[in-house]
Ligand binder design. Structure first.
Ligand code: SAM
Length: 288
């Protein structure tokens, strides 16, 4: 009797530590891919080669990890959910060298993995952190060869939007400044478990080797674009108050009565240069 009872308790403890099935966690944005056709399309789009340094964000249960590892023999992955780490290591043990970083990708130093090589990043991203993660990655874009991501379709539309469209905003301007944008294909909710409520899309971002427009100070571009789109219904004259005067906006060949969603990347770059010039002048004047 005693033996049976302790056996049941031990089995219970064992299952706590080693769950037979992982219950997807909403807070980690866990919608696991299970459609083999979609997985195959993703791997074909990435076209992994053995000599490349691939870094997957959020490998989860390994839906993309396993075929990638088979193709290139070695792979870095960054996974926040520690319950997924051991099963993943176990699953890939005989496939290749999987280097697991149990960390938050939002704080991950991607440049440390570059080490002379440019890295290729990819992932079916947790949708709840995709925008800050994209900004974190473009800040390190000089170390990145390309990025392939599954995102909410609405986010892909915003990234790829052109001036004049309702989707055009801060994400479009900043990502297009850093990267060439290629939406590749749409993916329906049925490809994931559990199925998300929204459509998804797979996208390629290739950091430019030379910026498409010259900008003197990228931090001025970031400040200006953030402020312009924080009040997208207002004219530039009003939304950029405190940063640029109407005269400075005109000096950038832009109409102060225009709205932020109609301004091209080239114009934002010229406006950012006006901001940088104004700041430099203010600093010089403050030096006695
Ligand atoms: N790649 C797997 C697939 O396609 O089935 C899982 C994709 S699931 C949408 C997102 C994955 O990202 C989950 O494994 C989740 O635990 C992980 N994740 C969530 N937040 C993260 C973060 N901040 N840093 C790293 N991984 C994270």
């Amino acid at each position: 009797m005693h033996t049976t009872r302790s056996y049941i308790i031990n089995l219970y403890d064992y299952l706590q530590d080693n769950p037979l099935t992982h219950r997807p966690r909403k807070r980690f944005g866990q919608n696991f891919l299970h459609d083999p056709v979609i997985i195959q399309r993703i791997v074909a789009a990435i076209d992994p080669q053995p000599s490349q340094r691939l870094v997957e964000i959020g490998p989860g249960q390994g839906a993309i990890t396993l075929p990638l590892l088979e193709a290139c023999g070695s792979l870095h992955v960054i996974e926040l959910d520690r319950d997924l780490v051991l099963p993943l290591a176990d699953k890939t043990r005989h496939v290749g060298e999987l280097i697991i970083h149990q960390q938050d990708a939002l704080r991950f130093d991607f440049s440390a993995l570059a080490n002379g090589f440019k890295i290729r990043t990819l992932g079916n991203l947790p949708y709840n952190i995709s925008t800050p993660l994209l900004f974190h990655l473009i800040e390190q874009s000089e170390y990145i060869q390309d990025m392939h991501f599954m995102l909410q379709k609405e986010v892909v539309d915003r990234i790829a939007a052109a001036p004049g469209s309702g989707d055009y905003g801060r994400l479009s301007v900043m990502i297009q400044y850093y990267c060439q944008v290629e939406p590749l294909f749409r993916v329906g909710p049925g490809a994931f478990r559990p199925a998300p409520r929204v459509e998804s899309a797979f996208l390629r971002l290739t950091p430019h080797t030379r910026a498409p427009v010259p900008v003197r100070d990228v931090s001025c571009l970031a400040t200006l674009v953030r402020q312009a789109f924080s009040q997208r219904r207002k004219t530039l004259r009003n939304s950029l108050k405190g940063l640029l005067s109407a005269e400075q906006i005109e000096l950038a060949d832009t109409d102060p009565a225009a709205r932020p969603e109609t301004i091209s990347l080239r114009q934002y770059a010229a406006l950012a240069d006006q901001l940088a010039a104004g700041r430099r002048q203010a600093t010089e004047e403050s030096i006695p």
